[in-house]
Structure formats: structure tokens, C-alpha cells
Ligand binder design. Structure first.
Ligand SMILES: *[C@@H]1O[C@H](CO)[C@@H](O)[C@H](O)[C@H]1NC(C)=O
Ligand SMILES: *[C@@H]1O[C@H](CO)[C@@H](O)[C@H](O)[C@H]1NC(C)=O
Ligand SMILES: *[C@@H]1O[C@H](CO)[C@@H](O)[C@H](O)[C@H]1NC(C)=O
Ligand SMILES: *[C@@H]1O[C@H](CO)[C@@H](O)[C@H](O)[C@H]1NC(C)=O
Length: 245
């Protein structure tokens, strides 16, 4: 008898928790103009540390590794590359707090087929969860754990968090995303910082992409190369063709 009421109590309380959880739709993430971030739109990261030497986000190679590029923050005030966020729930049209998302650089295109989707790399610097590129969008589950990030409130702005909820039986390492400074003052995003990178989001309609040459061991540029005239013309032609089709 006691056991039965105990079981009933457990079932009632778990279904209550489930109901509360199901009703708890989290707030939208807002851009600097106060609009909810939309799936498919592009945004620049605006750092809000108050330090004038911090800029937007881009990719870079570190430690002479050329096949894996990490996500870095410009050390000067520069916009960096624009990003797109894709929520795990394919029916969702806006970006909400604390929900699993894919993050993709939109204004960087490699001259060969390399992904610009954020993913975690734990081998580049042993024991460090670095944010790199090379992930895939979608397919939530154990195999894609490293590709899911979240945006949470942080003081008067936001922060990125790694704590994927796309696999119920996984126990992922979780943490806030901050900056680790590598030689050459490269500011690399990593998980587990006690000083999260504080960011805001700025909507952009920019269509101009920067084409990056494949990384080469001899001379990999630290900064996005200035676009040649040919590149600019190509981008405009491609943008035009995409519109026509
Ligand atoms: C709803 O979610 C927010 C943040 O995601 C959390 O702070 C709050 O406690 C939750 N509310 C309930 C009733 O679970
Ligand atoms: C992490 O980077 C190393 C070095 O480039 C690479 O060999 C490895 O495949 C990467 N791991 C993942 C999960 O991308
Ligand atoms: C998305 O919406 C469709 C139609 O309303 C529904 O059948 C489907 O289950 C939804 N998918 C998710 C992941 O909620
Ligand atoms: C580029 O890579 C993506 C993801 O790995 C793949 O789906 C796509 O088919 C590739 N495209 C080409 C042209 O190889």
C-alpha cells in the first residue's frame, strides 16, 4: 500500500515536472535593435567588454595546424564575419535562450569544400574544448554533440554556452565560452571559461562573401585577405545569379 502511493506520487510529480517543462518556452534572443533573432538571418557579433581592442569573430589557424581552423576574436575593432543560427527544432523560426543551435559563418567561403559550422575540437590543444569550424548542421544526437551551442543571458548582454541537450544519455562537458590567448595574441574561443565572452548581435543584410584560399603550411594568413578586384566581381556576379535563379 505504502509502495503504491509512493509510486503514484512519483508518477504524479514527474508528469507535473514534464508539464511545467513543456510550457516553459524560453524568451527570444534580441538583437541590438530589440528584434528577436531569426533563423536564417545573418548577424555580426558585437563584443561588449568595453575594451576597445576587441572585435568580431573570424577563423584562424593556430599552432601550425592547417587542417583545423579555430574560431577567433579579432584583437582590433573589426566586424569579423557574419553568423547564422539554426535551432534544433526545425519548426522554430526565431532564436530562443538556452536552446540548442548550430552556428555557421556566412561571409567566409573556402575555395574548397570546407564547412564553416562551429564544432568542438578537443585535440588541437590537449584537454581544451576549443571552438573550431568543420561541423555539420542538423542531425541532433550523440554523433553531432560537438556541433550544438546555446545563447544565454549574461549581465546586460549575452554569452555563448556549450552544453548540448541533443542526446539524453550523453553527459557532455558543459561550460561558458570565453577567450584563451594563444601565441601571436590570437584570441581563441574555448569552453569552460569563468569569464564568458560578452556579446550582442547586430542584424546585417551583407551578401559580400570573402573567399579564403585553402590553408597552406607555408604561409597561412592570420587575417582575411583583402579581396582582389576579381573576387569582388565574382561575388557580385554570383549574388546576381543567385537572385535570378
Ligand atoms: C523556464 O526557463 C527559464 C530559463 O530557461 C528558467 O529560468 C525558469 O526557471 C524556467 N521556469 C520553469 C517554471 O521551469
Ligand atoms: C581536431 O583537430 C585535429 C588537428 O587538426 C584534427 O586532427 C581532428 O580531426 C580534429 N577533431 C575534430 C573532432 O574535428
Ligand atoms: C513540426 O510541425 C509539424 C506540422 O505541424 C509536425 O508534424 C512536426 O512534428 C513538428 N516537428 C517538431 C520537431 O516539432
Ligand atoms: C560539401 O560538403 C558537404 C558536407 O560535408 C556535402 O554535403 C556536400 O555534398 C559537399 N559538396 C561538394 C560539392 O562536394
Amino acid at each position: 500500500m505504502a509502495l503504491r502511493s509512493f509510486l503514484v506520487a512519483i508518477i504524479l510529480s514527474t508528469s507535473f515536472i514534464f508539464l511545467v517543462k513543456a510550457q516553459n518556452i524560453s524568451e527570444p534572443v534580441l538583437d541590438i535593435s530589440g528584434k528577436a533573432l531569426e533563423k536564417g538571418s545573418q548577424y555580426f557579433i558585437v563584443p561588449v567588454s568595453g575594451r576597445s581592442n576587441e572585435g568580431g569573430l573570424a577563423v584562424s589557424s593556430i599552432r601550425n595546424t592547417v587542417d583545423t581552423l579555430v574560431v577567433t576574436q579579432y584583437a582590433q575593432s573589426s566586424m569579423g564575419s557574419s553568423l547564422r543560427f539554426t535551432p534544433v527544432d526545425s519548426n522554430e523560426t526565431i532564436i530562443r535562450l538556452s536552446t540548442d543551435l548550430n552556428v555557421k559563418f556566412m561571409s567566409i567561403v573556402f575555395t574548397y569544400n570546407m564547412s564553416t559550422v562551429w564544432t568542438i575540437n578537443t585535440t588541437l590543444i590537449p584537454q581544451r574544448y576549443l571552438v573550431a569550424v568543420g561541423g555539420v548542421e542538423g542531425n541532433p544526437g550523440r554523433d553531432t554533440l560537438g556541433n550544438w551551442f546555446k545563447i544565454d543571458k549574461y549581465e546586460d548582454a549575452y554569452k555563448f554556452v556549450y552544453c548540448p541537450g541533443v542526446c539524453e544519455t550523453c553527459r557532455p562537458f558543459c561550460g561558458d565560452i570565453g577567450i584563451i590567448v594563444e601565441p601571436n595574441n590570437k584570441r581563441v574561443l574555448f569552453v569552460g571559461s569563468d569569464k564568458p565572452l560578452k556579446v550582442k548581435f547586430e542584424y546585417t543584410t551583407s551578401v559580400i562573401t570573402v573567399t579564403k584560399a585553402p590553408p597552406s603550411a607555408s604561409n597561412y594568413p592570420d587575417r582575411l585577405p583583402t579581396m582582389s578586384f576579381i573576387n569582388v566581381v565574382m561575388c557580385i556576379v554570383i549574388a546576381y545569379l543567385t537572385k535570378v535563379m
